[in-house]
Design a binder for this molecule. Structure first.
Ligand code: NAG
Ligand code: NAG
Ligand code: NAG
Ligand code: NAG
Ligand code: NAG
Ligand code: NAG
Ligand code: NAG
Ligand code: NAG
Ligand code: NAG
Length: 422
């Protein structure tokens, strides 16, 4: 008993000690030099960097005086007082038009040139210059010499020219965004990417990669990847990467709007078992979908429009229990709608929210009875060769917000019973 109480006392004493040390460390940090001033060398680096910029909206008017850690867009480490973050993204409006994202020219954009004085910020971990207007400037090679950088966003900042391979020196990088809205940035050889051994998020949409071969082998060298966006990069065919698949964490792969002409069945894509979001729309993948597709058991969104896929979807797609969106638009399924529904009536039937199958040469009559698709909100079967009447189960799709059946050969009457439940 006594020993137990003794132990308790010691534990309480320890807790009090811990609380005391924590309070005192918070106090030092709130009175410490980090929130008040900053390193002189880093302040001069920031001022020299600013001197190269044009800033019509006067976003950087707070950049004066000693206390550079309090300047707008600058963040210092609470522990070391070094500048660790510079977030200078501008606020373009992004608008979607026909599925294409466009940006307005931001009023608060910075321009001018990016001074190599940035290298004075040796401890910088986070640099965001996105959506500014460095019109016609090249991505500076010296950015590859900021060794602590973990986050680099240069997207939509109107850079032109070659992506400097020096970026491959940023071995701590977790996030790299080089999305180029205007397609004026290119890379002829992306092997430098494989040196980014901590990279989780790779975004290079609309960077011209038309002369790159073997991109799958390059990304396969980076096992940490979770997100890869190489949409609109003019990618063409590439050999499948070596058999062993390193990409066990990859959740998102977007390669829409490229020029890939490859057989779909034997493609390495189906070995990416952790995928949740796959978009291969608007390429030239051809042939029937393989049975292997049923192995993508984590898949949530599968977007396959605008390829040359032929034939019925495989029956084990019904095992994809997380599938919310299936888009097959403009492929030659060339089979009956009843069979297609049968292939999905299982696990995926319950999760499906979006079913886009227009312009797929679907034939036959819509089945008269159907197990309800309880979660379905969008159903598009337009532009097919469907015949017969519109069945009453349409009215049982309680979550439906969009129904498109136009451009078929349907007949009969649509009455209140079809629609009153919607
Ligand atoms: C620094 O401390 C402030 C206040 O305690 C906190 O809000 C902020 O997130 C901390 N910054 C970092 C980088 O840890
Ligand atoms: C950075 O990368 C370039 C080319 O990729 C290389 O020549 C150079 O030696 C690297 N610099 C450092 C400091 O690692
Ligand atoms: C992409 O690069 C290739 C080869 O350099 C070039 O022929 C093509 O015009 C470029 N594409 C665009 C949209 O500029
Ligand atoms: C897997 O990744 C490691 C680390 O980058 C690399 O050395 C290896 O070659 C990769 N394997 C394949 C098959 O690409
Ligand atoms: C699906 O995955 C299982 C287990 O990972 C594997 O044994 C099987 O061969 C795969 N099926 C196909 C068609 O690749
Ligand atoms: C539908 O089939 C016709 C031939 O019957 C073919 O010409 C057309 O390309 C097919 N549609 C699609 C989207 O493949
Ligand atoms: C569509 O399917 C029918 C019957 O299965 C077949 O005869 C025809 O050749 C197919 N058409 C195309 C364009 O694949
Ligand atoms: C249906 O949708 C709801 C809301 O998004 C979700 O919670 C539920 O899990 C879905 N049902 C299935 C079977 O996926
Ligand atoms: C569909 O409707 C049911 C009840 O009407 C609701 O519980 C469920 O969350 C809805 N699913 C979605 C995806 O909104």
């Amino acid at each position: 008993m006594d020993m137990l109480i003794g132990c308790l006392h010691i534990q309480i004493a320890l807790v009090i000690l811990l609380l005391l040390t924590q309070t005192s460390s918070t106090e030092t940090s709130s009175y410490g030099k980090n929130t008040a001033s900053c390193f002189v060398s880093e302040r001069s680096a920031l001022l020299a960097f600013r001197a190269g910029l044009s800033d019509p909206a006067e976003r950087l008017s707070s950049w004066k005086g000693e206390r550079c850690c309090q300047w707008k867009a600058v963040q210092c480490s609470n522990r070391t007082s070094h500048v660790i973050k510079l977030d200078l993204h501008s606020h373009a409006w992004s608008i979607y038009f026909n599925g294409i994202r466009a940006y307005t020219e931001p009023e608060d954009a910075l321009g001018g040139s990016i001074s190599s004085s940035l290298l004075g910020l040796r401890h910088l971990r986070y640099l965001d210059l996105s959506r500014n207007m460095f019109v016609g400037a090249r991505i500076p090679e010296f950015l590859g010499s900021l060794p602590k950088l973990r986050y680099l966003d240069l997207s939509g900042a109107r850079f032109v020219g070659m992506v400097p391979p020096q970026l491959g020196n940023l071995s701590n990088l977790r996030y790299l965004n080089l999305d180029s809205d205007y397609g004026d940035v290119y890379s002829k050889d992306i092997t430098w990417l494989s040196r980014l051994s901590s990279l989780e998020n790779l975004r290079m949409a609309k960077v011209n990669l038309s002369t790159v071969t073997g991109w799958p082998s390059v990304v396969n060298m980076i096992p940490s990847l979770r997100v890869v966006d190489l949409s609109g990069c003019e990618l063409s065919d590439s050999p499948n990467p070596p058999l062993h698949n390193n990409l066990t964490s990859l959740e998102t792969l977007n390669i829409r709007n490229n020029d890939i002409y490859e057989q779909i069945a034997t493609n390495w894509l189906w070995d990416l078992a952790s995928l949740k979001y796959l978009d291969i729309s608007y390429n030239s993948f051809y042939g029937p979908l393989p049975y292997k597709i049923g192995n993508l058991t984590s898949i949530v969104e599968l977007r396959l429009p605008g390829n040359n896929l032929v034939g019925m979807i495989p029956s084990n797609m019904k095992n994809l229990c997380n599938l919310k969106a299936l888009e097959l638009t403009s492929n030659n399924i060339n089979g009956s709608i009843t069979e297609l529904f049968d292939q999905l009536q299982g696990c995926s039937w319950k999760s499906l929210e979006t079913l886009f199958i227009p312009n797929c040469n679907l034939t036959g009559r819509l089945p008269t009875t159907l197990e309800p698709l309880r979660n379905l909100s969008i159903l598009d079967l337009s532009g097919n060769k469907l015949t017969g009447p519109v069945p009453l189960w349409i009215g049982e799709l309680a979550n439906l917000t969009e129904l498109t059946l136009s451009y078929n050969k349907l007949d009969g009457v649509i009455h209140e019973g079809h629609l009153s439940g919607l």
